[in-house]
Design a protein around this ligand. Structure first.
Ligand code: DGY
Length: 339
């Protein structure tokens, strides 16, 4: 390719380390600056590196807000390698004419698998018992040693019934004969409820009836601390809580206290308020299973997420429109290439 053609190619920033093959694909289309060592760039460094760039490949840890957008006037698209996009200020992006994309669908089944793994590990006290064995404390069998709650036949409550919630409902109903109840902003069509064997209930009934409550709702100002002290107090003392969604949906301090006081039996958490920091009280209670935000982390799924984020950049910046835009109806003609 001639120097002239090369210099006309859109310029993008890959803000975090990602599969080299995906970076190589991007390099076939764009002038790319990548971050193979996964350096922790400060905000100022990030903004400096975004100067003159039309696209950014981001992950959930990269905050795109009014201040960044105002400082990066060439930016046309941010492609998040995540289905969640609470790191984006969507209103500000829309005001600045910047398209936001995410990675729906490709991670649904993998994340639902992990939700079930976390639910089972929590209810059946898997990590607590493994730590006991590793500490060399297992000297003899006893009738109630690490006895937990059953999954099969229990009532599975789901808060947030999007694609991942439905995947978990399907696993519970079809695989484990669970009774599924759910609460969501909008009720599912009757045929989908029937296929999932799921019954819509109010939030208070969900809290009171669930033996196992799984959170899969998106984070927003309105879902901040959707599960706090009052909600935990409505749950059964034998109940387990699983948070697969986002930190901030659960009040982690209130949860740690409920676990310490055993007003609920156990929790499984893949996400935390202020992660990667974890509320110190959660680290001191035994009845919690803690994982570092890995629900979508199977190798094929992470690769599919990275490919979809890259394909969004390619399609948009080459004038064909974003593949999975977050904002409604971004114009395919409104491309970085066209500006
Ligand atoms: C997502 O896709 O939103 C997961 O939480 C990974 O960030």
């Amino acid at each position: 390719m001639s120097d002239a053609a090369t210099s006309q190619r859109p310029r993008i920033l890959v803000t975090r380390a990602v599969f080299p093959e995906v970076v190589a694909k991007l390099e076939r289309h764009f002038e790319v600056e990548s971050n193979p060592d996964d350096a922790d760039w400060s905000r100022d460094e990030l903004i400096a590196r975004l100067q003159g760039r039309q696209g950014a490949f981001t992950t959930g840890s990269v905050k795109v807000d009014e201040a960044l957008l105002a400082a990066c006037p060439d930016l046309r698209i941010c492609a998040n390698m995540a289905v969640g996009y609470n790191n984006f200020d969507i209103d500000a992006m829309t005001r600045h004419g910047v398209v936001a994309t995410n990675t729906p669908d490709v991670l649904t089944e993998t994340t639902a698998d992990f939700g079930f793994a976390l639910l089972m590990a929590t209810a059946r006290r898997l990590t607590e018992s493994e730590h006991y064995l590793r500490r060399g404390e297992w000297k003899k069998w006893s009738y109630d040693m690490f006895a937990g709650a059953d999954i099969h036949g229990a009532t599975l409550g789901i808060l947030g019934m999007g694609r991942i919630g439905q995947g978990i409902a399907r696993r519970g109903a079809l695989g484990f004969g669970m009774k599924v109840i759910y609460h969501n902003r909008s009720r599912l069509p009757a045929d989908v409820e029937a296929e999932l064997g799921a019954r819509y209930v109010g939030k208070d009934e969900l809290l009171a009836q669930a033996d196992h409550l799984v959170l899969v709702l998106p984070y927003s100002a309105s879902s901040h601390h959707a599960i706090g002290a009052a909600e935990l107090a409505r749950m059964k003392p034998t109940a387990t809580l699983v948070n697969l969604a986002r930190g901030g949906i659960v009040d982690d301090a209130a949860l740690a206290e409920a676990l310490r006081a055993r007003t609920i039996a156990a929790a499984g958490l893949d996400v935390f308020e202020g992660e990667p920091s974890v509320h110190p009280a959660l680290l001191t209670v035994p009845n919690v299973v803690l994982t570092p935000h890995i629900a979508s982390a199977s190798i094929p799924t992470r690769r599919a997420m990275a490919d979809l984020a890259a394909d969004n950049l390619i399609s948009f910046l080459e004038g064909r429109g974003a593949l999975t835009p977050v904002q409604p109806n971004p114009s395919p003609a409104d491309t970085g290439a066209a500006r």
